[in-house]
Design a protein around this ligand. Structure first.
Ligand code: TRP
Length: 364
């Protein structure tokens, strides 16, 4: 058990998953599941965390639990290999969060850069829900309860993993070696770290309407690619173009391989050649967009088909999730047993404590 490698990661169910999630994490998760280097893998739907900043719309969270589960299955996560579960169904996570709260100061939470940005984005400055403010603690509990060694997440989650590591270290220092210090696993391709929206803005986000969802129809994908932001200075085909900040090229960086050129566009051997031509001038946006669209359609079509199949039996998806929750709970319960033992709050199982107290009082 000591050097078991365990993966845990999750998503907030606030919308369907999009291609940013796919390149940033989903495709890697499927590889990890299939490579078999890890003895256990947990992927969960963080509904309780989603509620921390969606309390005005809990129904959105509820509706999206199943959407995210379908997206997971459509991408190829296999419940035989990965435990898929829903965060709120694991009460042990609340218990561990409660103990972890004693190991973190308010000022440390205030310094968490991701929380800082999120507070500003949500206009929470004057009235931050306590649950939202403290979600890094609950996230540390998610990670520690499953003894995760490895947490595949995007760069924006780095402060969360750092904070989780600090909390675990502090716990182990106070109570003795009990919990496992996690490590972040970042996406390997730089373009995947943060895929911009189709409008070229920093991040895909539902509120900006700049996402390409995994469950999108082929028609919708075509429309979205064709109207993508490119280079505002590239007015005529003959003008030199810029690839930096050009969403079409950022997507190509993330999705395209030499093999795509060999099969779909033999005018170029690789993306560098295509970029060189674009920058020289004489290459139109539409051609590049058609190429990108072909690549995306090829990638998304099987995902779309699998999703359709899974959508035919929704009760079976909930059954699968229930089973996942049961398995996950067993693991978390075992960790919490160890935590209570380390904290010496397992009074009724502690025969030595009872004997010691009995002795103390009999001597009075
Ligand atoms: N905060 C993550 C997100 O917004 C979701 C999440 C919750 C998570 N708990 C986690 C990710 C634990 C990794 C590990 O996407």
């Amino acid at each position: 058990m000591a050097n078991e490698k365990i993966i845990l990661t999750g998503d907030r169910p606030t919308g369907r998953l999009h291609i940013g999630h796919y390149v940033g994490s989903l495709s890697r998760r499927v590889e990890l599941q299939n490579e078999g280097d890890f003895s256990k893998m947990f992927v969960f739907i963080a509904d309780a965390q989603a509620l921390t900043d969606n309390i005005d719309n809990p129904e959105k969270v509820r509706q999206n639990v199943i959407e995210v589960a379908l997206d997971y299955l459509a991408c190829g996560l296999d419940p035989e290999k990965v435990t898929l579960f829903i965060q709120s169904q694991i009460p042990e996570l609340c218990e561990l969060s409660f103990y972890f709260m004693d190991l973190v100061t308010v000022s440390r939470l205030q310094r968490n850069p991701t929380v800082k940005t999120e507070i500003a984005m949500r206009g929470f400055e004057s009235s931050i829900p306590v649950g939202f403010f403290t979600y890094p603690i609950s996230q540390a509990a998610d990670i520690a309860a499953f003894r995760a060694t490895t947490v595949p997440v995007g760069e924006d989650q780095r402060p969360m993993i750092e904070q989780a590591t600090e909390i675990v270290r502090r716990f182990n220092y106070i109570y003795g070696d009990t919990l496992v210090e996690p490590q972040i696993m970042l996406p390997s391709n730089a373009a995947c770290l943060r895929l911009p929206g189709t409008d070229g803005k920093a991040k895909m986000s539902k509120s900006l309407g700049n996402c390409i969802y995994l469950s999108e129809t082929a028609d919708e994908v075509r429309k979205k690619v064709m109207s993508m932001y490119t280079d505002p200075l590239h007015v005529n085909v003959s003008d030199p173009g810029h690839v930096e900040g050009n969403a079409v090229f950022t997507y190509l960086d993330a999705f395209c391989t030499d093999d795509h050129f060999a099969r779909l566009w033999t005018d170029y051997a690789n993306l560098d050649e295509l970029k060189a031509h674009y920058m020289r001038g004489g290459l139109g946006d539409v051609k590049c967009k058609r190429f990108l669209e072909a690549i995306l359609q090829e990638k998304l079509e099987p995902i779309r088909q699998r999703r359709k199949e899974f959508e035919k039996d929704i009760p079976a998806i909930y059954d699968m999730l229930r089973k996942g929750c049961e398995d996950a709970r067993e693991v978390a319960a075992k960790t919490l047993d160890d935590v209570r033992k380390a904290m010496k709050i397992n009074y009724f199982d502690d025969a030595a404590l009872i004997a010691e107290q009995a002795k103390r009082f009999s001597q009075q």
